[in-house]
Structure formats: structure tokens, C-alpha cells
Design a protein around this ligand. Structure first.
Ligand SMILES: Cc1cc2nc3c(=O)[nH]c(=O)nc-3n(C[C@H](O)[C@H](O)[C@H](O)COP(=O)(O)OP(=O)(O)OC[C@H]3O[C@@H](n4cnc5c(N)ncnc54)[C@H](O)[C@@H]3O)c2cc1C
Length: 488
């Protein structure tokens, strides 16, 4: 049943599992566990639709490179799946086999552990069963860039698609307008005793369960942990440690422009770095999209002013003369954009502020920063792709100077793929959750979503995070069954 907590305070005394956050991760996990026969509560801070009261609770500041935290998340039933684009690309075996540069290790598990959940995750986002992730064009000759492979989900809107299941699955209580505002940890037992939930009138009460899962997205998962005084007091987490660290995005870089050679068709081409490229340059992975524009495209936040100038300049044929005022592209121009891997780094982080939101939860700042390794990746992908594009006779690429000159500030936008803030590791010194997605130092607190990603690769995060959610459901199912059989 879906109940509105603002009007109906009908929590049971206790549940087997409490899941916080009803986006793709939370909904998937809740349905799996309830369908396996467990008593599950899924609490969602927002309502059925967008409201400014709920969305305001996501307000946070952004330093370093702006990653637009307000525009890239939605706080209501279905979460950010209410406006995701549906691009699905699975992780690769090499994502799990090759560690990132620097002091932090990569994944503590191998790809096989989530590969087996791929068919089920594909079904959840309405991709045809058995569909191959087909190459959408041919790769480049040098062997460093394969054609990219991906599938497009319709895109699945989780709140709509799973509305009936959320209403009717026995054993599942869904509460909307029910905000998690604190996590109460008992140091002596190592158990989270309860979470504290609040409606919008500041009425609070404890919610008890045997197991808890945070599924509130990568910024909020870190925020919930950092906001818990009892977890901090017990030393389970620390304010400047790994929780919130390693915030990663996929880098959407305005690489430059290209002119197609005469006779080449104007189809959009997408390339993806091969494992050989990664090994040769000790760089991250990336997708490059080469697209001939059919209409005017602007970059940045002064879009309206730029649009006016762009249209005028394109019409007058003086585009290059006013480039110093606003950089833009005219119809017919070839543009290169990217989805590039960012390596984990503690400099890029979500941290707690003193200021509180309307429900008394401390706000956060997201400091998005790139490392030297990331600039190296961008430079290698840009320059090698330009060389091979020309060598194959496809055309000529003009790279922006910041691609090859790492001293020049980057022109970059986020992809709204937030990852890494509660990273998975084999040891507590390297991560926040263990290979079972359990928070180190606790017995019953788990995390779902792309915050657990040890590395982000260059694959869109939603389908992989569903694979991890399905794997977590199996783990909790096994753990609870084992506990029940011991108790008998
Ligand atoms: C414009 C856009 C396009 C995108 N396109 C793609 C794409 O093509 N492919 C792809 O793979 N990914 C894409 N993404 C990313 C994708 O949307 C996310 O990966 C996905 O939604 C994450 O799922 P989640 O369940 O972990 O978190 P969310 O979807 O963020 O869900 C978190 C839920 O937790 C709830 N919540 C938060 N705080 C609390 C609290 N304190 N108490 C209770 N509930 C709470 C929220 O209301 C929300 O419902 C896109 C994102 C954007 C913004």
C-alpha cells in the first residue's frame, strides 16, 4: 500500500527491512524483498508529484566545478528516474579488473558478481530480453576506439511503471512525504536501532527495522551518514573521511569541432575507448560523440543571450568574429562531446555545512574537482581521437586548447551521474561499504545506488546500480533466511 505519511501515521512496530528513498534503487530493492516474503517499508521524502517543499530539502551549495545539484535531482516518488534519459550501457569486466591510479583501490569484486544480474536489470528498464548492446557505427582503425554500444530505455519512469506493484505487493508499506532525518546507531551492539522520520510539520517518530538501506542518491546517501551524530560519536564515520569523498561525475566536455571530409555521411558517430587504449595511456575510459549539428547549439548558462547572438551571427556569416563574446556552433558544424570517466579522489567531495534545512537536517556542499589523472585522460582521448579520425579520412578535428593544455581551465558540464560518495572496498581504510554494500563498522546498515561505485567507468550508472540493488536483495534475503533458521 502507498500511504501519505503527512496524513496517515501508520508505521508498524517493526519491519524486516526499511529502505529510505524511492528512486530506481529503492523501488527495485523494496519489490524484490517484499516479493520474497519479507516485511518491508519503503519511505519516500517527496509525494506523488514534484513539490517545491520537498525539492527545497535538496538545496545545497556547489564549489569547484559547478555540477548543478538542483537541476540534476528530483525529490519525489520515482526519484530522478522522473527525468532520466534512459541511456543504458553495462559496466565491463575491465572496470573491475583495472585499479584507478593513486592510493585508492578499485572494485573489491569481479564483474561476474554483477554480470549475472544484467538480464533482470534490463527487464526492469524495459530493454528487450536477449538484446545485444550493438555497436552503433564502426570503430576507428587504430584499435584505440571501438564503436560505442548502448541501448535506450523508453525511458522507464519507475513511479508509473511500478505503481501497481508498490500498491499491491503483500508485506510492502510505502510511505510518501516521509522524510528520514536521522540515523540512530547503538555503538554497543553495532546496530542501527532506528531511523527518525518526519512529516512536513516537523512531527517526528522512530522507525524500527532489523535492516536499513539508504537509497537516496549519491549526494544524500553521504549526507544522511554525515548528519548522524550517533554514527559520528561511535567513530563509525568521520566528517572528513571517506564518507562523501570521491564524488565522481562523468565528464561532458566540449572537445572541439570537426569538418567532415567530402563524401562522408553526416550520421552521428559514437566511439568508446578500448581496453588497449586504457592500458597504453594509463588513462580512464570515455565515450566521444561526433555529431553534425542540424540546429544552433549553445553551451553554458547565458543561453538566451548567446542564442540571440548565435542566430544573428550565423545568419550574417560572422560567427567566428564574435567568438570572443560567446562560443557557439552553427548548423552544419561538427561538434565533439564526451562522457568520460573521472577517477576517485578525496579532493572531490560532499561535506556537511552548519546550515540546516526546514526539517533540521544539515545541508551539504558538493565540491566537484578533477585530478591530474582526469586531465591526462581528457588530453589522451582528445588528441588520439583527433589523430585517428583524420587518419581514417573521416575529416579534420580542431580541439579546444584546454583539451591538450592542462593549464587552461576546462569547459565542462556534468552528466547528472553522481557516484562514489560511499565507495565499496575490501577494507574500511579504503571505503565506506564492504563488498555486501554494508557500512563498515555496522551490522545492519546498507547502501544502494551509485554512491557505492568504487570507480565509475564511462557507462551510464542506472542499469549497473540496479544490478547492484538486485545483488543486495539476494544478500539480504540469504542473511535473513539464515538468521531465521538459526532462531528456530
Ligand atoms: C536529466 C538527467 C538525465 C539522466 N539520464 C540518464 C541516462 O540516460 N542513463 C543513466 O543511466 N542515468 C541517467 N541519469 C541518472 C539517473 O537518473 C540516476 O542514476 C538514478 O535516478 C539514480 O537512482 P537512485 O535510486 O540511486 O537515486 P534517485 O533517483 O535520486 O532517488 C532517490 C530517492 O530518494 C528520495 N529521498 C532523498 N532524500 C530522502 C530522505 N531524507 N528521506 C526519504 N526519501 C529521500 C528522493 O526523493 C528520491 O525519490 C540522468 C539524470 C538526470 C538528472
Amino acid at each position: 500500500m502507498i500511504k501519505d505519511y503527512q496524513a496517515q501515521k501508520a508505521l508498524r512496530d517493526s519491519y524486516d527491512v526499511c529502505i529510505v528513498g524511492a528512486g530506481p534503487a529503492g523501488i527495485t530493492l523494496a519489490l524484490q524483498l517484499a516479493q520474497a516474503g519479507w516485511q518491508v517499508v519503503l519511505i519516500e521524502g517527496g509525494g506523488h508529484e514534484y513539490t517545491s517543499d520537498s525539492q527545497a530539502l535538496y538545496e545545497c551549495s556547489s564549489t569547484g566545478i559547478d555540477m548543478f545539484p538542483h537541476e540534476t535531482r528530483l525529490r519525489y516518488l520515482g526519484g530522478t528516474s522522473n527525468h532520466w534519459a534512459g541511456r543504458c550501457r553495462p559496466f565491463e569486466a575491465s572496470d573491475f579488473a583495472v585499479p584507478p591510479p593513486g592510493d585508492l583501490p578499485g572494485w573489491p569484486i569481479d564483474y561476474a558478481q554483477i554480470e549475472r544480474y544484467l538480464p533482470a536489470a534490463m527487464a526492469i528498464v524495459d530493454l528487450p530480453q536477449g538484446a545485444d548492446f550493438k555497436a552503433i557505427n564502426v570503430g576507428l582503425n587504430g584499435g584505440e576506439f571501438d564503436a560505442d554500444r548502448f541501448l535506450l530505455s523508453p525511458p522507464t519512469r519507475f513511479a508509473q511503471k511500478y505503481a501497481t506493484a508498490l500498491e499491491q505487493t503483500p508485506g510492502l508499506d510505502v510511505f510518501i512525504n516521509c522524510n528520514c532525518v536521522d540515523l540512530q546507531f547503538d555503538d554497543a551492539s553495532g546496530h542501527l536501532k532506528h531511523v527518525v522520520v518526519s512529516d512536513y510539520d516537523l512531527n517526528r517518530e522512530p522507525l524500527h527495522a532489523s535492516h536499513f538501506v539508504l537509497a537516496t542518491g549519491a549526494i544524500e546517501n553521504a549526507r544522511q551518514l554525515l548528519n548522524s551524530e550517533s554514527l559520528l560519536d561511535a567513530g563509525v564515520i568521520s566528517k572528513d573521511g571517506l564518507v562523501g569523498g570521491c564524488f565522481m561525475e562523468h565528464l561532458n566536455i566540449d572537445m572541439g569541432t570537426f569538418i567532415l571530409s567530402r563524401g562522408q555521411n553526416t550520421e552521428t558517430r559514437q566511439y568508446f575507448t578500448s581496453d588497449a587504449f586504457v592500458a597504453e595511456y594509463q588513462a580512464g575510459k570515455g565515450n566521444v560523440l561526433a555529431e553534425v549539428l542540424s540546429d544552433v547549439r549553445t553551451y553554458g548558462r547565458t543561453a538566451q543571450v548567446k542564442n540571440f547572438l548565435e542566430n544573428l551571427a550565423c545568419e550574417m556569416g560572422v560567427a567566428s568574429k564574435i567568438e570572443f563574446i560567446a562560443k557557439f556552433s552553427c548548423p552544419g558544424d561538427g561538434v565533439l562531446s564526451t562522457l568520460i570517466e573521472q577517477f576517485p579522489s578525496l579532493q572531490s567531495r560532499v561535506s556537511l555545512l552548519d546550515e540546516k534545512d526546514a526539517l533540521g537536517v544539515a545541508k551539504v556542499n558538493v565540491h566537484w574537482a578533477l585530478s591530474a589523472g582526469d586531465r591526462h585522460t581528457i588530453k589522451c582521448i582528445g588528441s588520439e581521437l583527433a589523430k585517428q579520425f583524420a587518419a581514417m579520412g573521416l575529416g579534420f578535428v580542431k580541439l579546444n586548447d584546454f583539451v591538450y593544455d592542462t593549464e587552461v581551465p576546462l569547459k565542462m558540464a556534468p552528466h547528472a551521474h553522481h557516484m562514489g560518495t560511499t565507495r565499496m572496498a575490501a577494507l574500511a581504510e579504503h571505503g565506506v561499504v564492504d563488498p555486501d554494500c554494508k557500512v563498515f563498522g555496522t551490522e545492519n546498515l546498507y547502501v544502494a545506488g551509485s554512491s557505492i561505485f568504487a570507480t565509475g567507468g564511462a557507462s551510464n550508472p542506472t542499469m549497473p546500480l540496479l544490478q547492484f540493488a538486485l545483488r543486495l536483495a539476494d544478500h539480504l534475503n540469504d542473511k535473513m533466511k539464515a538468521a531465521n533458521s538459526q532462531a528456530v
